[in-house]
Ligand binder design. Structure first.
Ligand SMILES: NC(=O)c1ccc[n+]([C@@H]2O[C@H](COP(=O)([O-])OP(=O)(O)OC[C@H]3O[C@@H](n4cnc5c(N)ncnc54)[C@H](O)[C@@H]3O)[C@@H](O)[C@H]2O)c1
Length: 247
């Protein structure tokens, strides 16, 4: 049966991967993104900034029935707790945390029994690289929100889950690779980051989308409040290297 799926951040990256997966299943997709020019006629695009609570509420009011909400819009910003400027902190919290909270506030009341929410968090919710204090804090907050919502809305038959990706080949990752590549090609930097994952590469958006799709579907009917790592083994490993002579 065809469903109506709302995807925030569906114009690029992981959100775009999710859009393609739902379209392939025959679902109707509505994308909420601050930039919708890249979308084609297969989807309904609505230009909205997810940090704008009132705008999200009015979009939800205008749309008809919705079966699934995927929250993929997010921004990556850098800094320690000491050197993160206030405007960067505000941006990360407004988009990555507020954008999910308020999208859920707007759309959860529209979900039917059997409806579901999938939130894109990150492995940074469990363990942090250096210099991502606000981003990491925000992703941790999302897992707490997912559990709280799972408990609050279980009686209504609504499931709420999170995916926690490692590195995924998206415009966001490539922007970071260009920023921190020190003059190396973006492909080289992405490949190097891939080698830090036990599977030896970064993910494609489609690989994360597959898990988002599964969590949204009746196949995951007894899953709620879960956070599913899609990280190529990144958080399974310890960076311990045996001495050469012990190998
Ligand atoms: N790429 C990775 O390696 C990676 C890893 C873990 C988690 N994530 C998370 O996955 C999600 C998607 O990341 P991505 O890599 O696809 O990013 P991306 O930058 O490639 O795409 C993000 C999309 O969200 C939209 N967006 C950003 N801010 C918005 C706002 N305020 N309002 C509406 N739309 C907005 C952008 O326009 C874009 O279409 C983010 O939450 C990110 O934190 C990404």
């Amino acid at each position: 049966m065809s469903r109506t799926v709302v995807v925030t951040g569906g114009a690029a990256g992981i959100g775009r991967g999710a859009v393609e997966r739902f379209l392939a299943a025959g679902d109707r997709v509505v994308v909420l993104d601050r930039s919708v020019e890249s979308l084609d006629e297969r989807v309904t695009g609505v230009q909205v900034d997810v940090s704008d609570r009132a705008a999200l509420a009015s979009v939800a009011e205008e749309l008809g029935a919705v079966d699934v909400l995927v929250c993929a819009a997010g921004v990556q910003r850098y800094g320690t707790v000491v050197d993160t400027p206030w405007n960067v902190y505000d941006d990360v919290m407004a988009v990555n945390v507020g954008g999910v909270f308020f999208a859920c506030q707007a759309f959860v009341p529209k979900l039917p029994r059997g409806g579901s929410v999938v939130v894109v968090a990150s492995v940074q919710a469990y363990a942090a690289q250096k210099g991502v204090a606000a981003y990491s804090m925000g992703k941790g907050a999302l897992l707490s929100l997912v559990r709280a919502m799972a408990v609050d809305h279980a009686e209504e038959g609504i499931r709420v889950n999170a995916v926690c990706p490692g590195s995924v080949d998206t415009p966001m990752l490539r922007t970071s690779a260009a920023q921190f590549g020190g003059g190396r090609s973006t492909d080289d930097v992405v490949a190097e980051w891939g080698r830090s994952h036990p599977l030896g590469r970064v993910a494609t958006p489609g690989e994360v989308a597959e898990v988002i799709y599964f969590l949204s579907s009746p196949a995951a009917s007894f899953m709620t409040g879960a956070d599913v790592k899609v990280d190529g083994g990144l958080t399974a490993g310890l960076p311990v290297v045996l001495p050469e002579d012990a190998k």
